[in-house]
Design a protein around this ligand. Sequence first.
Ligand code: AMP
Length: 210
Amino acid sequence: MNIIMLGAPGAGKGTQAAVLCEHFGIPTISTGNMIREALKNGTEMGLKAKSFMDEGKLVPDEVVIGIVKERLAEDDCKKGFILDGFPRTIPQAEALDAMGVEIQYVINIDVSDERIINRMSGRRVCENCGRPYHLVNLKPSKEGICDDCGGTLVQRKDDHPDTVLARLDVYHKETEPLADYYDKQGKLINVEGQDEVDTTTDLILKEIEA
Ligand code: AMP
């Protein structure tokens, strides 16, 4: 099963992708995590992406399309995958279609801008493995420490309030039109993002397994 997670930054795509990844036993491919990893490792691509990312802008299409193409060619993607944060523009979606990748479900998690801005202030990620947490909605067992790998939980630079507004603006202009794109292909599932992670997951699974 090949799934795309759509939604504004902070709508809960990454969290739901992690849950579905475990549920279906298929990998999550997060372009944001791959770019952050490249940046941590000081690769040329990572350094090129940094300024875009820090300002809340999108990294150029050709860069992201290239990394997704390479990643999808790996063996673990043969049984299916969840794309988290890709595609984010119409040209990226067209490139995915041109790769001959069959997508079954596009899950669009809908959350108002106001709720996103409130939520983002509590968002934390593991600086080691990238697993997302939230100070109120999704706490780790031990404060400030990742349940999976023991890494330290930090606030992403692009989760700071000014950058969040810029990212929401980019989302409305560039990414939101993808809902229509996939609706026309009959693949779109709209789910209203809830504050409780499990409630959103139940809504998604009900639609997929219906
Ligand atoms: P995310 O963790 O998915 O919110 O991504 C963080 C940042 O990485 C974004 O704000 C962009 O700068 C960049 N990025 C991630 N995925 C993409 C994509 N598909 N297209 C362009 N830029 C991306």
